[in-house]
Design a protein around this ligand. Structure first.
Ligand code: SF4
Length: 370
């Protein structure tokens, strides 16, 4: 009997680097064929090999709006899952939204799910002995699943971004005594602190414990109830990193994202969203020094572009968004080639009722003066 000899797969011996290089060439070939029917959106934290193909680069909310304004029938979102969902909510009915790799989630968004938030709301009702909507304004950060945005929308609340969080909280307090803020405790706490809310009135809700691990009095006396969630990337920046920079470079400017912990934000010179960080460094004088606390791909890109300034990551360790990194040139080539063959793969769907209520929460945010 003769053993069957399987034909060799030429790709089997290729390294990942070679496969990605080949994928980049495949994208270059296929992209012009798709033309304006497809728009590629790239989040600031996306790696260079992918972002080079983005028609628009920005933060999640800005990108969703840009995508909706184009005449493209298909939006390919090089970002993470909640961003693609937001593009569905804000997009047109005739647009399909594709996430090149369905494993690209957001660890922060995953820290709050609808069931946990519904349980928390029921527990708040129990403690307050009233419908929480009479007292508590639910606010969700843009970095949350569409069903949480819908939860908020149904209860009179709004979404916020890292650039408008203060305005949204002020709007919330003009109507109700308390704010229930999820999923990022740091953005909520940093914003509340800037507004002068005492730390003891900003309590932390642990979704893994009954009643968030809080006493009835703690809940009744709280102004802000912060969900126990965080960004695994921004959490890595520590106050010691700021101290080290200041020791070795007394003239350095510390510029951080508000998803960083309060102890880092308190020591920083400037705090703001990704767009704010980019604009601030671009407008800075030549020779100035910047240590930046946000995702490293964005910082490295700024460093390459702003060669007349010193631009470095605040942390000595690589702080990258590993979930966003899951989108590779191979994934992008795959979805684009399928599109060219008339197949829409990795499409993100959001049920209609969730879209409607999530849109309510987003529209409320947009109506709040900045
Ligand atoms: S950087 Fe943080 S918040 Fe942003 S997508 Fe990654 S895990 Fe989520």
């Amino acid at each position: 009997m003769v053993d069957m000899v399987m034909p060799l797969d030429p790709a089997a011996n290729e390294t990942l680097v070679e496969q990605e290089a080949a994928a980049i060439e495949r994208i270059k070939k296929i992209r012009p064929i798709l033309g304006d029917d497809v728009v590629i959106l790239g989040h600031h934290y996306q790696r260079d090999e992918v972002i080079q193909f983005a028609d628009f680069q920005g933060d999640s909310f800005q990108l969703s709006r840009e995508g909706a304004k184009t005449k493209a029938k298909t939006i390919v979102f090089a970002g993470v899952h909640f961003m693609a969902e937001s593009a569905v909510v804000l997009g047109r009915e005739d647009q399909a939204v594709i996430l090149p790799n369905m494993q690209a989630g957001c660890s922060m968004a995953d820290m709050a799910n609808l069931q946990q938030v519904l349980t928390a709301w029921a527990e708040l009702e129990d403690v307050l002995m009233d419908d929480p909507s009479n007292h508590v304004m639910p606010i969700t950060y843009m970095n949350s699943a569409a069903d949480l945005k819908a939860f908020v929308g149904e209860r009179g609340g709004a979404v916020c971004t890292s650039s408008n969080a203060r305005g949204v909280l002020e709007w919330a307090f003009a109507q109700r005594e308390k704010v229930f803020f999820f999923p990022d405790q740091h953005l909520g706490r940093n914003t509340g602190k800037k507004m002068g809310i005492p730390l003891e009135q900003m309590v932390l809700w642990n979704p893994l414990k009954p009643y968030g691990g809080l006493t009835d009095d703690e809940i009744r006396n709280a102004k802000v109830i912060l969900w126990r969630g965080h960004c695994s990337v921004h959490q890595q920046f520590r106050p010691e990193h700021v101290d080290t920079w200041r020791k070795h470079h007394p003239d350095v400017n510390i510029l951080v994202h508000p998803e960083c912990m309060m102890q880092v934000v308190d020591k920083a010179d400037y705090v703001g969203s990704t767009s704010y960080i980019i604009k601030t460094v671009e407008a800075a004088p030549p020779g100035s020094k910047w240590a930046i606390g946000t995702e490293m791909h964005m910082v490295n890109r700024l460093k390459q572009q702003q060669t007349d300034k010193m631009v470095e990551l605040l942390s000595p360790f690589a702080c990258l968004c590993s979930t966003m990194y899951r989108i590779s040139p191979l994934d992008l080539a795959n979805v684009l080639e399928n599109l060219a063959d008339g197949r829409v793969i990795n499409q993100i769907f959001v049920p209609e009722d969730i879209q409607r209520n999530a849109k309510l929460a987003l529209d409320r945010m947009l109506a709040i003066p900045k």
